[in-house]
Design a protein around this ligand. Structure first.
Ligand SMILES: C[S@@+](CC[C@H](N)C(=O)[O-])C[C@H]1O[C@@H](n2cnc3c(N)ncnc32)[C@H](O)[C@@H]1O
Length: 370
C-alpha cells in the first residue's frame, strides 16, 4: 500500500499522501498531488454527471493523480465506466488502492501519457485537470472525445487569464485579457474561446453546459457538437469587448477595432439552465456550498457578458453602496438583474449603464439621507 492517510470525501474513501495541499492552487512537488480544497470541484463533477442521467457513460479522467475525482465519479454516479489515468507511475498505487477501498468494479487505472491514450481510444466524457494551463492538452482531449461527447477542463493559470500577466495570456491564449472587476468573467470567457477555436479545427462546435470561477481556478464543461454548421454557430459567439473603467462604458463587437480591443472572448451563455435544474447537492462533501452555487448559477444572467460590482459603482458615483438586495430590487422594477457567482458584490443586468448608475445613485444610503 502506498504511504498516506485515508479521508472520506462525499460518499467515497480516498487514500491521499500525508502531506498535501489544503487550500490554494497547490504546487507541483515530487509527491502525488492532492488538494483538499478541490473537493468542491469534485462535488460539482458528481452533481453535473448525475444531472446528465445517462444510461451508460465512458469517463476518462486524464490527469487523475490519486484518482480522487475518478473514484468519486465511479462510486457516486450510476452507469459510469471510469478510466483513471496518470502519466506518473507513482500515482498508480494510489489509484489502485482507491479503487479497492471502494470495491469499484466500474473503474480501471491506466498509466499513459494522455496524448497517446487519447489518440488510441475515445470516451463520452474527457476530463482535463492540469497544473496551470490546459492549452497543451486541449487538442488531445478533442481527439479522444466521442461524437457528441463532453469535455471538462480546469485552468489554474488565473494570473494570465485574469489579466495579471498580460504577456503570458497573449502567448498562451492569443487573447488580450481584461482587468478590474471583469477580470474573472473575462478569464473564464478567454478559456472558453480557446476551446471553441480548437474544436473548430476539427469541424466541431460547442455548447457550454456549466462554466464557473471558484477559489483559484476556472472550469468549464462543454457539449461537443458535430459538423460545419455547429462549428460556425459556435465561432459566431466569439468577439471582443470594450470596457472603460473610468466611464463604465461597455460594449461587445464581433470584430477587433480600436475600441473593442480586449479579447477574443466567448460571448455566448455559460450554462445550460435545464441541466442546472436537474442537478442537486444530495450526499456531497460540501452540500451547503453546492446548494448556494447551484442557486447562483441557475439565477444569474449568464447570457449577459458584463457584470457590475457595487464597489465599482461606489467609486464611480462617489456614493456609498446600498445593500445588494435593495439595488437588485430597484433594478428589477425596470429590467432584469441578478447576482453572479463571480463575487458576492457583483451582479448582471440587461439595463443600460446610464440607468444602472442612476438607479444605484437613487438607492444609495447617501441619497436617502438627503
Ligand atoms: C493537478 S494534478 C491532477 C489532480 C487530480 N485531478 C485531483 O483531483 O486530485 C495534475 C496531474 O496531471 C498529471 N499529468 C501531467 N501531464 C500528463 C500527461 N501528459 N498525461 C497524463 N497525466 C499527466 C500529473 O502527473 C499530475 O498528477
Amino acid at each position: 500500500m502506498p504511504p498516506g492517510i485515508e479521508i472520506k470525501e462525499g460518499q467515497t474513501r480516498i487514500l491521499v499522501p500525508e502531506s498535501h495541499s489544503v487550500h490554494g492552487p497547490g504546487t507541483r512537488t515530487s509527491d502525488v498531488f492532492f488538494n483538499r480544497q478541490m473537493a468542491f470541484g469534485r462535488d460539482v463533477s458528481v452533481m453535473f454527471l448525475r444531472g446528465l442521467d445517462r444510461d451508460s457513460m465512458s469517463i476518462f479522467d486524464a490527469m487523475s493523480a490519486t484518482g480522487s475525482r475518478a473514484v468519486r465519479i465511479a462510486n457516486e454516479v450510476k452507469n459510469t465506466h471510469v478510466t483513471a489515468n496518470d502519466v506518473d507511475p507513482k500515482a498508480i498505487p494510489y489509484i489502485e488502492q482507491n479503487i479497492a477501498l471502494n470495491s469499484l468494479s466500474n473503474c480501471v487505472h491506466s498509466n499513459k501519457d494522455l496524448h497517446i491514450l487519447l489518440s488510441e481510444q475515445s470516451f463520452d466524457y474527457v476530463d482535463l485537470d492540469p497544473f496551470g494551463s490546459p492549452v497543451p492538452f486541449i487538442q488531445s482531449a478533442i481527439r479522444g472525445c466521442k461524437k457528441k461527447g463532453i469535455i471538462a477542463i480546469t485552468a489554474t493559470d488565473t494570473a494570465p487569464l485574469a489579466g495579471a500577466q498580460v504577456g503570458k495570456c497573449r502567448r498562451r491564449y492569443q487573447s488580450e485579457p481584461i482587468r478590474g472587476y471583469m477580470c474573472h468573467e473575462g478569464g473564464l470567457r478567454i478559456l472558453m474561446c480557446t476551446i471553441a477555436k480548437e474544436l473548430a479545427k476539427f469541424d466541431r462546435g460547442m455548447r457550454p453546459l456549466l462554466s464557473f470561477y471558484a477559489d483559484h481556478y476556472f472550469r468549464t464543461y462543454v457539449q461537443v457538437e458535430e459538423g460545419a454548421n455547429a462549428t460556425d454557430r459556435s465561432l459566431e459567439q466569439l468577439g471582443f469587448m470594450h470596457y472603460d473603467t473610468k466611464t463604465l462604458e461597455r460594449s461587445t463587437s464581433k470584430h477587433y477595432d480600436a475600441e473593442h480591443n480586449k479579447g477574443p472572448f466567448w460571448l455566448g451563455p455559460l450554462h445550460d439552465k435545464a441541466l442546472l435544474g436537474r442537478m442537486n447537492a444530495r450526499d456531497l462533501e460540501d452540500e451547503r456550498r453546492c446548494v448556494k452555487m447551484l442557486e447562483l448559477w441557475r439565477n444569474e444572467l449568464d447570457e449577459e457578458v458584463f457584470l457590475y460590482d457595487v464597489s465599482e459603482l461606489s467609486s464611480f458615483t462617489k456614493m456609498s453602496p446600498p445593500k445588494l438586495e435593495d439595488l437588485l430590487e430597484a433594478l428589477n422594477q425596470v429590467g432584469r438583474a441578478a447576482p453572479t457567482h463571480m463575487s458576492p458584490t457583483s451582479f448582471k443586468t440587461d439595463i443600460e449603464t446610464k440607468d444602472v448608475v442612476s438607479i444605484y445613485s437613487e438607492t444609495s444610503p447617501d441619497r436617502r439621507a438627503h
